[in-house]
Design a protein around this ligand. Structure first.
Ligand SMILES: [Ca+2]
Length: 232
C-alpha cells in the first residue's frame, strides 16, 4: 500500500470524511485537517476516561488496597505445588467466588491450583512468623490517574515523583524447590481466615543474598530483601 492508501485508512480510523469523488476515490489527507482533528476539543466523557487511567496491580499479602488505590477484587494467593515440575511458575490472586463454565466430572491430565503458604517461621520478623503456614490474602487494586507501575526489588521507598502503593518483602520459591516468580508481599501481611493448617501448596519464602557472586558489597548477606510497589 502506498502512502496515500495509508493516509486514507488513518483517515477512516480517525473518522475524517473520505473523498467520495468516484474518479479519484483515494486522495492523500490534508495534513492540516489531521492536525485540526487531533487538536479539537474532545467530549467530556473522553476526558473522563483518560483522567481515570491508572495501573492495575496485585497487592500481595493484603485483602484491601492502599488508601490511594481502588479495590478491584480480593482473594487468596494460589499457584502450583512447590515440588511440581510442570504447572506454572506464577502466583495468582484467586477470587473467593469462582465462576465455572462447562466441566468434565472426573480427574483430567491437568495442573492442580493450590493455595499458597507462608514458609516463614521467623521470630525476628513477627508479622510473618505469626502467619507461618497460613495462606496469604491478596487484592487486585487500581491506582488513580497513575498509569505506570513497577515493583522495585530491594527498595522500601519509591523514586522521586512516584507514589508508594506498599512495601514489604521479596518472596519466591525455596532454592531447593521448583522455580517460581518473585512477588512483593506486604510487610504487614494478612492471612485468609482458617488457613493455619500446614498443608503446603504454592510455598513462599524470603529471599536473601550471599557473598558467592558479584552482588555489590552494599548488600548484606543473609538479610531478607525488601521491595516496594510504586505507581506514577
Ligand atoms: Ca508448610
Amino acid at each position: 500500500m502506498d502512502l496515500r492508501g495509508v493516509l486514507f485508512l488513518i483517515g477512516i480510523c480517525l473518522g475524517l470524511p473520505a473523498n467520495t469523488n468516484a474518479q479519484d476515490a483515494i486522495q492523500p489527507l490534508d495534513p492540516d485537517s489531521v492536525d485540526r482533528f487531533l487538536q479539537a476539543p474532545r467530549p467530556a466523557e473522553s476526558a473522563l476516561i483518560i483522567d481515570n487511567l491508572g495501573a492495575v496491580y496485585t497487592h500481595w499479602g493484603k485483602s484491601i488496597c492502599s488508601e490511594q488505590a481502588t479495590l478491584v477484587y480480593s482473594g487468596f494467593v494460589g499457584g502450583t505445588w512447590y515440588a511440581s515440575k510442570g504447572g506454572s511458575s506464577t502466583y495468582l490472586c484467586m477470587p473467593m467466588e469462582p465462576e465455572y463454565s462447562l466441566f468434565i466430572k472426573k480427574k483430567q491430565s491437568r495442573t492442580v491450583l493450590q493455595s499458597s503458604e507462608l514458609q516463614t517461621p521467623s521470630k525476628q520478623i513477627p508479622a510473618f512468623g505469626d502467619l507461618y503456614q497460613n495462606t496469604p490474602a491478596c487484592a487486585v487494586c487500581q491506582a488513580f490517574r497513575r498509569p505506570a507501575q513497577f515493583m522495585f526489588p530491594a527498595r522500601m521507598t519509591c523514586p522521586d515523583g512516584w507514589t508508594k502503593e506498599y512495601d514489604g518483602y521479596l518472596m519466591t520459591a525455596n532454592n531447593r524447590h521448583r522455580r517460581t516468580e518473585y512477588l512483593c508481599v506486604d510487610g504487614q501481611p494478612e492471612a485468609v481466615p482458617n488457613t493455619s493448617k500446614n498443608v503446603n501448596g504454592a510455598l513462599l519464602y524470603f529471599v536473601e543474598t550471599n557473598s558467592k557472586t558479584h552482588v555489590p558489597s552494599t548488600y548484606t548477606p543473609e538479610r531478607e530483601l525488601t521491595c516496594s510497589v510504586c505507581t506514577k
